[in-house]
Design a protein around this ligand. Structure first.
Ligand code: XIL
Length: 335
């Protein structure tokens, strides 16, 4: 049997990948997944919009396919996610007359949702991203001004964790976000986590999404961030790793400055170096890091092909479009 990523890292942490149910039907991709990964995340299938399209209707097909595949093959599953400002079903925030619901009604809906989804996969999903991206990118603001926040104030965050803990007391519960290593946003994320922990809210870990680039972040910045979160007594996972070949950031307003450059040998090299840097830090902090998950399998398809610029091809992963290991792959397994 061919040695894969998960085998090189077996004494460190599980290595995961975000997948779609469709991908699992393709034998070449299935093989690549089983060779290299021992954890799965649903790229979209477990999000509130896809899984709970109407108040009285859940769509379990995609999520079930991923969980069943994982169980059949002995892979772990991370649940993603329970409460986010994006990909929310249309009905969630409104009543029948089209007015925004009250805080009481919204928290009731959130509770039902979490109970149903976490309950269905209890014992099969070991970790959940409970709240995703609730902290603002704006230094003058603490929390994101989402409809969750507008209707409930800060409370929805603690409540989401409480509901999830009630539904599966053994699940490891995450707060998950991007730019978690930027010294500036980090302070706000730290403040939120500390507040929750001090209040006795069951938050067990922080997810660093890891949508990084050939330029950012530096090893120093990444190490300092991991250390700061670990000092809170919580675990850290990298939940959505990819290394963009563009350096114009993942905030749509800033992006689009760079045109499609193709994946030149120079960019390959920069990317391979950057992957080596990141995994060196992950190994160094192995006591705090309990998982690293890639956001998509290979450069055949990445969500970054459409984000932040529609239709701009990216090459952010360890395997190329023919599912072959890239220079970055060999750097990650060479240590
Ligand atoms: C992305 C998916 O990859 C896309 O297919 C979808 O259109 C939008 O969401 N942060 C997250 C993930 O937490 O859920 C996002 O996934 C990427 C950014």
């Amino acid at each position: 049997v061919e040695k894969g990523l998960k085998d090189y890292y077996s004494s460190y942490f599980p290595i995961g990948v975000a997948v779609t149910p469709q991908q699992l039907k393709d034998s070449a991709q299935r093989r690549l997944i089983l060779t290299h990964f021992n954890s799965l995340t649903a790229e979209n299938a477990m999000k509130m919009g896809p899984i709970h399209p109407q108040e009285d209707r859940y769509e379990w097909t995609g999520a079930d396919a991923i969980v069943n595949f994982a169980v059949a093959n002995g892979l772990k599953v991370r649940g993603h996610n329970l409460c986010w400002h994006s990909q929310v079903p249309k009905w969630m925030f409104y009543d029948k007359a089209g007015n925004l619901v009250t805080k009481e009604v919204l928290l009731g809906r959130l509770k039902e949702h979490i109970k149903a989804v976490v309950g269905r996969y209890k014992g099969k999903i070991y970790a959940w991203d409970v709240v995703n991206e609730a902290v603002s990118d704006n230094p003058k603001e603490f929390l994101r001004n989402s409809l969750w926040y507008q209707i409930c104030g800060e409370d929805f965050i603690a409540k989401a964790f409480e509901y999830a803990h009630e539904a599966d007391p053994k699940a490891i519960l995450f707060y998950n976000d991007y730019n978690t290593e930027s010294p500036e946003k980090r302070q706000r994320i730290f403040k939120l986590l500390k507040k929750l922990i001090d209040a006795g809210v069951p938050v067990h870990a922080v997810g660093l999404q890891g949508h990084w680039s050939i330029k950012d972040p530096s090893k120093e910045m990444l190490g300092a961030a991991i250390q700061q979160y670990a000092d809170l007594g919580i675990k850290v996972q990298v939940t959505e790793l990819d290394v963009s070949i563009y350096t114009d950031g993942n905030i749509p307003e800033n992006a689009g400055a760079e045109g499609a450059s193709g994946f030149s040998p120079e960019l390959q090299k920069l990317q391979a170096n950057q992957y080596a840097n990141f995994f060196q830090i992950f190994r160094q902090y192995k006591g705090s890091i309990t998982g690293v998950t890639f956001w998509n399998l290979s450069d055949r398809y990445s969500w970054l092909d459409n984000f932040p610029v529609r239709g701009r091809k990216n090459y952010p992963l360890l395997f190329d479009k023919d599912l072959q290991p890239k220079a970055a792959y060999w750097n990650v397994v060479k240590f």
